[in-house]
Design a protein around this ligand. Sequence first.
Ligand code: PEP
Length: 256
Amino acid sequence: MTQRIPLIAGNWKMHGDRARARALLDALKPLSPAQGEVAVCVPYPYLELAQAVLGGSAVAWGAQNVAEWEEGAHTGEVAASMLAEFGCGYVIVGHSERRREASEDDACIARKLAQAIRLDIKPILCIGETLAQRQAGSTHAVLQAQLHGALALLDSTALTRLSIAYEPVWAIGQGQAATPAMVGDVITALRAMFGEAGASVRLLYGGSVSAANCGDFAALAGLDGLLVGGASLRGDEFTAICQRFCTRREGRSLPA
Ligand code: PEP
């Protein structure tokens, strides 16, 4: 039976300023759920601050993007090696906001994943369908195609370091999460797609997660954590999510 350690990751997106970042990092530093990992993915300029505040704590930090190239003339890009210099344990790759705003396609996302893995930074790959795709009944097909494209350059050993966040585009930042039944259906499908070779891949849910609804997701077999956007900007709320999810999850039996 494969034991997957739960992961609760915060995605700060492009919010805050240095003072707010400092206060939030200070608030999160004591977090240490008995049965789980916690990470915060901060804007690039606050990585050094995250390293200074969180270093030596149980809370990991990471970035929200990484360049698809190793180095070179790529104005405005940040290399995986640079993230590694700031101690990043995680990086979000393929968030729907980047797919939409920066036109990232699956081939680009595959190269980004490869860069992260090369530097031993654990990627959190985001996949998810739009509302129109869900209404057309193509959710599973969309997710399968995104996975197929994004994982094209990874070998099976890389899968042990991979987390995948199922983030339905229509649930992000809306205050209306997907139902546990919808998430459970997708998680079951993803586990079937991966089979035994991907038994170590952590599957997360993201989309309007709050302290109020996180316990419902913890009860889902096969789900290993959460990617939290807006609610990760409030120290008390994010702390409650981490504690509730990990406590509830400990109470259920873990699937292979
Ligand atoms: C996200 O953007 O990854 C996210 C899950 O956002 P929110 O929790 O605000 O919906």
